[in-house]
Structure formats: C-alpha cells, structure tokens
Design a binder for this molecule. Structure first.
Ligand code: MRU
Length: 343
C-alpha cells in the first residue's frame, strides 16, 4: 500500500498518481496507481477520485505525472501539451472550482519555467500542493473543534472528510481534531442520494476512526433536527462566490433551510482554494448535470423508474449566504459578509 492513511498521493519513484477507487467503497479498498491519461480522466469524471480539494490535488499530481512522461523537446511544445491536458481535465467536473484552480496553479509554475526545469518544477509544485492540503485541513479542523467545544452531535451531508481531501477532510476535520482533544462528537451522516457519498464514504471513514456514526436517509434530516438530536450542521463546499453563496452536493441547500427553521447553526468548511473571487453570487455557478441512470439504476438490481418517466440529476445546489452561520477556513472563522476580505 502506497498511501498509508492519505487518500491520494504521488509515487515519484514510479512516477504514478495514486488514488483509492471510491466507487468500490465501503466493500472494497483498492489503491490504483496510474500514469495513463484515460484512466486519470475516467477517475475524475466517474468519481473514483472526488471531493473538491481532492480533485484539485489529484489533478496537479496527474499533470506532473503526465508531463514527466512527455517526449516534447521544446518549451513551446511542453507548454502546449500541458495546456491541452488542463483544458480536457477542467471539463470533467465544472462545479468544483478547485479543479480549475489547480490547473491555473500548475500553468503559473510552467510559465515561470524553461525546457530544462519544466518537469521538475511541476513535480515540486504537485508535492507542495499535497503538503499544503494536509496543513490547511488540519487548520480547519483546529478552528472547527474550537467551535464544536460544547457540541455533542452534528449532522453532515455528502462526504467532506479525508476521502474528499488528502487527509483530515474539511467538514470532518473538526470531528477528528475534537476526538484527539478528548471530545467525542457523534455524527449523523445524510446518505446523500443519488451517489450515496454519505452512506458509503462518510460512514466508512468515521467508523474506521471509531467515531459514533448514524446514517440517515436524506429525508430524515428534519426529524433529527426537530427532535434536537444535532447541535450543528457541518458541510464542505465546491465553489463559494464573493457574496458567500455556496455550491455543495445536491441537497445541501435543503439541509441549510431546515437548520435555519430549527435554529441550528450551519457551518461551511472551506479551504480558500474553493473561493471563487471571479463570481459575484451563486447565480454565476455552473451546476454539473449527470446521467439519470444514477438515480434509477445504479444501486438497484432492477430499474426503479418506469421507462417513460424523465429524470433530472443536478450534482450540486447553491445555498444562499443568508443561511450560512459562518465559514470555517484555514485562516479563521468568518461570516459570509466577512469572507471576501480574506482572499
Ligand atoms: O460529487 P462529489 O462527491 O465530488 O461532491 C463532493 C461534495 O459535494 C463535497 O461536499 C465537497 O466537494 C467538499 S469536499 C471537502
């Protein structure tokens, strides 16, 4: 096993991008090592690698791996090849801004390189992004644990844990840090239809860390809140606009509306790489639309939807900033009004 507790990695000795095939969890844990463009594209597109920060870091590793294998012999050719890979990979998942951010970071490094140090500089940058992600998530965990000091139980949606980053996660990092500090917080995990990231992934990693975990169907969140079973909601994010509007996994905005109704604080855990300073509000966020088969067929032996029925499968929704109590970031905890001051 190469990863040793991390969720993605860069095997620089063999020049491979390494990931856990998350579509197989929770029944099978399989690490995949690759330097193949098609396998990399498929891994991102089909959520073998997923979660905004993880997609960003994995893309940087993949670009370094692909370029290390390049036979281009001039700076211009190397740059053209890198740009081509960036354009294709960015198209895989349009909502998660970390993907675009990561390609821009790698292109910046390439622009300041020459033919001789091009590959080495990209490798160094990808390794630095792995290191930074771990440190950033740890910080989010520390700030979040402080906020959760008096909480017994939280609700989360989708998976914003270690399986969505390199290590620790964003929304689950406070839970891990609180546990280290001797504060065991229980977690209610929404199953997160249609791809079940909450049931399959959040529950998998929390149980693996011996954290008290209860999986609920998405339509049970109101019951849990009404019966005072949770003290706070913690979620991750895929893109945050200047006004604090936040795109995250489909269903998040409904959870935020419920939390407001029951007067439960709703926190978004965000590395600044997920902040998109180029868009004013959530209206500018492109929502990834996915195949309807994920709703009616993916988890069933027989199709669950009559042939003539249509499906609609948006992968994300936008939570209005007015529903967000605060953002927990690597730079501190900020209200939606404050966030843009800290770019
Ligand atoms: O489609 P996914 O599984 O990549 O969606 C993931 C989420 O929505 C996460 O909540 C988000 O990326 C934050 S991960 C720290």
């Amino acid at each position: 096993m190469f990863l040793n507790g991390a969720s993605v990695g860069f095997d620089t000795v063999r020049n491979k991008a390494v990931f856990i095939d998350q579509t197989l969890l929770p029944t099978e844990y399989k690490e995949v090592s690759t330097d193949d463009y098609n396998e990399i594209f498929d891994a991102i597109k089909n959520l073998k690698v997923r979660g905004a920060p993880q997609i960003g870091v994995f893309t940087a590793i993949s670009l370094a791996v692909l370029m290390n294998n390049s036979t281009s012999d001039t700076y211009e050719k190397l740059m053209a090849e890198l740009k081509d890979y960036c354009t294709k990979l960015v198209s895989c998942r349009p909502t998660a801004v970390n993907l675009k951010w990561s390609t821009e970071e790698m292109l910046k490094v390439a622009e300041n390189s020459n033919a001789e140090n091009f590959k080495e500089n990209l490798t160094d940058k990808a390794l630095k992004m792995i290191e930074d992600d771990v440190a950033i998530c740890r910080k989010i965990g520390e700030y979040g644990a402080e906020i959760l000091k008096n909480c017994n139980s939280v609700l989360t949606h989708c998976n914003a844990g270690r399986l969505a980053t390199v290590k620790y996660g964003t929304a689950l990092a406070p839970i891990y840090v609180a546990k280290e500090n001797g504060n065991s917080i229980k977690v209610f995990a929404d199953e997160t239809r249609p791809l079940l990231q909450g049931a399959r992934l959040t529950a998998f990693e929390l149980c693996d860390a011996n954290i008290d975990t209860t999986v609920i169907c998405d339509n049970m969140a109101s019951f849990v809140m009404k019966n005072a079973l949770v003290d706070a909601v913690l979620v991750g994010c895929d893109r945050v606009a200047l006004n604090g509007d936040t795109a995250n996994k489909i269903g998040t905005s409904g959870v935020a509306i419920l939390a407001k109704h029951y007067n439960i604080p709703f926190y978004v855990c965000m590395p600044f790489s997920t902040f998109d300073k180029n868009i004013k509000s959530g209206d500018d966020i492109v929502i990834e639309m996915r195949e309807g088969s994920e709703i009616g067929e993916m988890w069933y032996e027989k199709t669950m939807i009559p042939q003539n029925a249509k499906t609609l499968n948006p992968a994300f929704d936008v939570t209005d900033h007015s529903l967000i109590t605060a953002f927990i970031t690597e730079k501190g905890v900020f209200t939606p009004d404050e966030i843009k001051k800290y770019i």
